[in-house]
Design a protein around this ligand. Structure first.
Ligand code: AMP
Length: 192
């Protein structure tokens, strides 16, 4: 059975860090739409030019565009044994599109890990990351806007997945290693 993992949670909750760790330990690829878009921007592709102003404002790129990107990504062979979705879906229409895409290939999510973190703590982490990584969307004004977008468009996904029986919550305020231990326990249960 493929290990198809979805990470939910606000910006700054540590999804990317944990996704990399799961990838290293379990050999399933991290699929980060934010990383993919930043690479497209840095590479100067047509897609990059289209999404750059949107990403820099902290808005979401159009659903049909990101669904197309994900569809192509999920067709690659390295997802045969599973994947870790980090940053997608971010809207209800994206979640519906994902359900359809997985249905077409006879798969369904193994587990939905919801990272729970106080908003102020998440903002503080992002401000720290801005200094370390220099991301243009980690400016304080833009960070606040990304949280508004997250609350309005992405938070409702919890409800979308609540009925699936796959949703588990992870206290993302714990130290990184403890967060990973919690995740690992949930993954073992999901595989059992
Ligand atoms: P992230 O690194 O996941 O915080 O994503 C950075 C930015 O990329 C977001 O603020 C959006 O502008 C864009 N983005 C990433 N994933 C998505 C998505 N699933 N839908 C729409 N926009 C996205």
């Amino acid at each position: 059975m493929p290990l198809d993992i979805l990470l939910l949670g606000p910006p700054g909750a540590g999804k990317g860090t944990q996704a990399k760790r799961i990838e290293d330990e379990r050999g399933v690829p991290q699929i980060s739409t934010g990383d993919m878009l930043r690479e497209a921007i840095a590479g100067g592709s047509e897609l990059g030019a289209e999404v750059q102003p949107i990403v820099e404002r902290g808005d979401l790129v159009p659903d049909e565009l990101i669904v197309r990107v994900i569809r192509q990504r999920l067709e690659r062979d390295d997802t045969a044994g599973g994947f870790i979705l980090d940053g997608f879906p971010r809207t209800i229409p994206q979640a519906v599109a994902l359900d359809e895409m997985l249905g077409e290939i006879g798969r369904s999510l193994s587990v939905v890990l919801e990272f729970v973190l106080d908003e102020q703590e998440a903002v503080d982490r992002l401000v720290g990351r801005a200094v370390e990584e220099g991301r243009t969307d980690d400016d304080p004004e833009i960070i606040r806007h990304r949280f508004v977008v997250w609350r309005e468009q992405t938070l409702p996904l919890t409800e979308h997945y609540a009925g699936s029986g796959k949703l588990v919550s992870v206290d993302a305020a714990q130290p990184v290693d403890e967060v990973y231990e919690t995740i690992d326990r949930h993954l073992r249960e999901a595989c059992a």
